[in-house]
Design a protein around this ligand. Structure first.
Ligand SMILES: [Fe+2]
Ligand SMILES: [Fe+2]
Length: 295
C-alpha cells in the first residue's frame, strides 16, 4: 500500500478497529490464567513490558511539546496510540495479578515516579534540539518510532512463542495486532517524510545512530532492558539476534537514508552474547533484577 501523504496514512489507521476493546478484555478467561504455569524468568520481562507501555503517557506529553506533536495529522494519531499503549500495560498487569504476582494498586504511579531525573534532563535537551530543527524533525521522530514499534512487536511475538501460555497468547495476539498498526503508521510516514529531503535523511540517521537505545532504556533501568532482550532473544545459536536483524534492522534499511544501519543489531547482539550465559537460573535473575513492583 503506497501512501502519498501522512493524511492518507492517518485515514488508513482510523479504519483499523481496536482489538483490545473492553469487551475483548472482559471476555478473556481470567479465572483460567493460573491453571497453566509460566516460567518465572519471564515475569521480569512482563513487568518491563507493562512499565514501558504505561510510560507512553509520559512520551506522549513530551512529544506534544515538539514540532511533530503539533502536526495535526501526527497528533491525531498519537492521541489514539497513547491510549492503546497504556491499555497494553494495564492488561499485562492484570495478567500478572491473575497469575499470582500481586502488584501494588498504584503501580502506574510508581512506574512514573521511578523514572530517573537523568531521563527528564536528557528529554529536556532533546526537546530543545527538536524545536530548533522544527518540522524537519518529523522524519526523525517517525523513523525512531518505526524502529521502536518493530522491535516491540518482535518482543511480543517472541514472548508468545517462549511462554506458550494459552491466555497470555490471546492477550499477546491482540497486542501484536495493534503494534503492527503502529509500525505501519510510523514506517509509512517516515518513508514519506524522509523521501522529501536528503537533509531530513541525514538528520534522522545521525539522531538514530547517536540516541537510539532499546525501547524503554533510559526511562527504566538499563539492567531491566538488557535482561529482557537476553531472556527473549538470547540463545546459543544466535538465531534470536538474527531474527531481530531480519525483522527490525533490515526493515529499517528500507527507509530512505537508513541503508546499512547496523547499530540496532550490533547492540542486540552485544547484550545477548554478554548476558545470555548468566540467565540460566531464574531464581538468580529474580533476585538480581529490581522487582520493586512485586509486593
Ligand atoms: Fe504497546
Ligand atoms: Fe506500539
Amino acid at each position: 500500500m503506497a501512501f502519498e501523504s501522512s493524511k492518507e496514512v492517518l485515514d488508513w489507521y482510523d479504519k483499523q478497529e481496536r482489538t483490545l476493546t473492553d469487551e475483548f478484555i472482559e471476555a478473556l478467561p481470567w479465572n483460567e490464567v493460573s491453571d497453566t504455569p509460566i516460567d518465572e524468568k519471564f515475569i521480569p520481562v512482563l513487568l518491563y513490558m507493562r512499565d514501558v507501555e504505561v510510560l507512553t503517557e509520559m512520551y506522549h506529553r513530551e512529544l506534544q511539546r515538539t514540532p511533530t506533536g503539533r502536526d495535526p495529522v501526527i497528533s491525531k494519531f498519537m492521541e489514539r496510540w497513547g491510549i492503546e499503549e497504556v491499555t497494553h500495560g494495564q492488561v499485562l498487569d492484570r495478567f500478572l495479578n491473575a497469575m499470582g504476582y500481586k502488584t501494588p494498586e498504584d503501580w502506574q504511579k510508581q512506574t512514573h515516579r521511578n523514572v530517573p531525573k537523568t531521563y527528564h534532563a536528557n528529554t529536556y535537551l532533546l526537546t530543545t534540539i527538536t524545536n530548533l530543527l522544527g518540522s524537519r524533525f518529523t522524519a526523525t521522530h517517525m523513523a525512531f518510532g518505526a524502529i521502536h514499534e518493530m522491535s516491540t512487536g518482535q518482543a511480543y511475538r517472541k514472548m508468545k512463542e517462549l511462554a506458550n501460555h494459552p491466555v497470555l497468547s490471546q492477550i499477546l495476539d491482540a497486542i501484536i495486532k495493534e503494534e503492527a498498526a503502529h509500525t505501519h503508521f510510523y514506517r509509512s510516514v517516515a518513508r514519506i517524510e524522509l523521501a522529501k529531503s536528503e537533509t531530513a535523511q541525514k538528520i534522522a540517521r545521525k539522531v538514530v545512530e547517536t540516541f537510539w537505545r532499546p525501547v524503554g532504556q533510559g526511562s527504566l533501568a538499563k539492567e531491566r532492558t538488557e535482561y529482557c532482550i537476553a531472556a527473549l532473544f538470547g540463545d546459543d545459536s544466535g538465531d534470536g539476534v538474527d531474527l531481530l536483524d531480519r525483522t527490525v534492522t533490515r526493515r529499517a534499511h528500507q527507509l530512505p537514508g537508513f541503508e546499512n544501519l547496523s547499530k540496532t543489531t550490533s547492540r542486540f547482539r552485544e547484550i545477548c552474547q554478554r548476558l545470555y550465559p548468566t540467565l540460566t537460573s531464574a531464581a538468580t535473575v529474580l533476585v538480581s533484577i529490581n522487582l520493586y513492583a512485586i509486593v
